[in-house]
Structures are given as C-alpha cells and as structure tokens.
Design a protein around this ligand. Structure first.
Ligand code: FES
Length: 140
C-alpha cells in the first residue's frame, strides 16, 4: 500500500470535518452568555433548544436549535422570531397556535412540533425568570 494514499485519505477527512464544522457553526446561530434557555425533548424524541438574551426586559437575541425535521426547525425558529422584542410576560402568551400561524401550512400530523417549540420557549422563559441560564457543566 502506498503511504501517500493514507496521507491523502486523512487529509480529505480533515478537510471534510473542517467544512462540516464551519457550516454547522454558521447555520446554527448562538447566543453567548444567554439570560435564559432550555432544552426540551419531545415525545417523538426530537430535541429543541432555545437561548434568549434580554436587554431592558425585552428579548434582543435568540438562538433556536433542533435535531428534528424541517417542521421542527421552522417551528423553533418561528418561536424565537415571535419572542424578539417582547417581555417575558408577553412571551408566555405565545402558544402553539400562534407558532402554527407564523409557520403557515403545518400538516396536522406535525402540530406537535409547534407544541414542542412553545413548550421549549416557555421553559426558556421559566429559566430566565428563575435562576438564569446554567450549562450542564455548572451543575457539576
Ligand atoms: Fe418531533 Fe416535529 S417531528 S417535534
């Protein structure tokens, strides 16, 4: 076996990993030092995460994330979009129906995606109102 094939293979693997990391980083907005956040696992097994940054009691930045399907992605993004500029109390009024309307056509068998997004948003607000965002490493 030619050793250059091994070097070439490792090089290609490193480049693919680097490109994947850059795309993952760019397409997953993040909030540094969030004031509130939550990660919720739905009954379908999908995970949603929302991180929120507040200024003067209003959301100025939010980062949605999910490992779920396109409908989950749309719903968690819509939840964060609806939260922008609102106070914590106003955000608690955002429900699954509002998220479904914001998304547009959401198939009936995916309405639970909007429910999970609303649940995640409310959990993030609950976290904000209680102790603020804590990472897993904080609890260790
Ligand atoms: Fe699981 Fe949408 S399919 S939240």
């Amino acid at each position: 076996m030619n050793p250059w094939n091994l070097v070439l293979g490792v090089g290609i693997l490193l480049i693919v990993t680097l490109v994947w990391f850059v795309f993952y980083y760019c397409f997953n907005p993040h909030v540094d030092e969030p004031d509130g956040g939550a990660r919720v696992v739905g009954s379908c097994g999908d995970v949603m995460e929302i991180r929120l940054k507040f200024e003067a009691d209003r959301v100025v930045q939010g980062s949605p994330w999910t490992n779920g399907c396109a409908h989950s992605f749309n719903c968690v993004w819509a939840a964060v979009d609806l939260a922008r500029g609102k106070t914590a109390e106003e955000i608690l009024d955002i429900d699954a129906a509002m998220i479904r309307r914001a998304v547009g056509e959401l198939p009936r068998d995916h309405w639970h995606c909007a429910s999970l997004a609303a649940e995640t948003l409310h959990a993030a607000i609950d976290n904000y109102m209680q102790a603020g965002w804590k990472t897993t490493s904080d609890s260790n």
